[in-house]
Design a protein. Structure first.
Length: 214
């Protein structure tokens, strides 16, 4: 049997910790889907569908790419969590979720999911650079699917920092492990860094320069 890279071995024992964190990330991201459907004044069925697709979209693509079992198909808690989040959004007064709540919930989900996606890819023996890309996919694809279904411009078509925040969070995971930091500390630092960068983009309007042909 081929030997996995040392960094993957370092990550594997820590996979006993992430299930609760994974569910938390799913819940936060599912909330963004449910809130968007609520903002569009959709039915509860649509809220639940948006919550599920947004919550599991990025992780499903990641698992297919790294050859892992699609996580939510085998985990009996994921679908109920997404349904529960949809119920919360349905019964929450609209004044609570109007404004920036959707953006901030999305920022939290982006950062957490990017970190967990990278960590899982590393644990499956994926090399650091492709693992970082898997983290970016995990963090971004659910939001992209959500926006496309809602018929609004995808975040990829706007210059504000989004994928860049996911890339920062993802890149810090193999870096922290290579430095010998404990996995929980690495994940915390990486998620906070991604969240802060995305939050700065939301609050300050930080954006990448657009292409200009001279």
């Amino acid at each position: 049997m081929a030997r996995r890279p040392a960094i993957a071995h370092a990550m594997t024992p820590s996979l006993t910790l992430p299930p609760l964190l994974d569910l938390a990330g799913i819940a936060v991201f599912a909330l963004t889907g449910a809130l968007l459907a609520a903002r569009l004044r959709q039915t509860f069925v649509t809220l639940a569908f948006f919550a599920l697709v947004t919550g599991v979209g990025g992780g499903s693509v990641r698992d297919l790419l790294i050859g892992a079992p699609v996580f939510w198909v085998r985990d009996p808690l994921v679908a109920p969590v997404c349904l529960g989040v949809a119920l919360v959004a349905w019964f929450t007064p609209h004044r609570w979720w109007e404004g920036k709540l959707l953006d901030w919930a999305d920022a939290a989900g982006l950062a957490v999911y990017a970190v967990l996606g990278t960590a899982k890819a590393l644990a499956y023996g994926v090399a650091p650079v492709p693992a970082v890309l898997m983290g970016i996919i995990t963090g971004c694809v659910g939001g992209i699917i959500r926006d496309v279904l809602a018929g609004r411009p995808s975040i990829l078509m706007r210059p504000e920092l989004y994928v860049t925040a996911a890339a920062l969070a993802s890149a810090l995971v193999p870096l922290g492990m290579a430095m010998g930091l404990a996995a929980p500390l690495t994940w915390t630092i990486a998620a906070l860094a991604g969240f802060i960068l995305r939050g700065a983009a939301i609050h300050l309007g930080i954006a990448l320069p657009a292409y200009r042909r001279t």
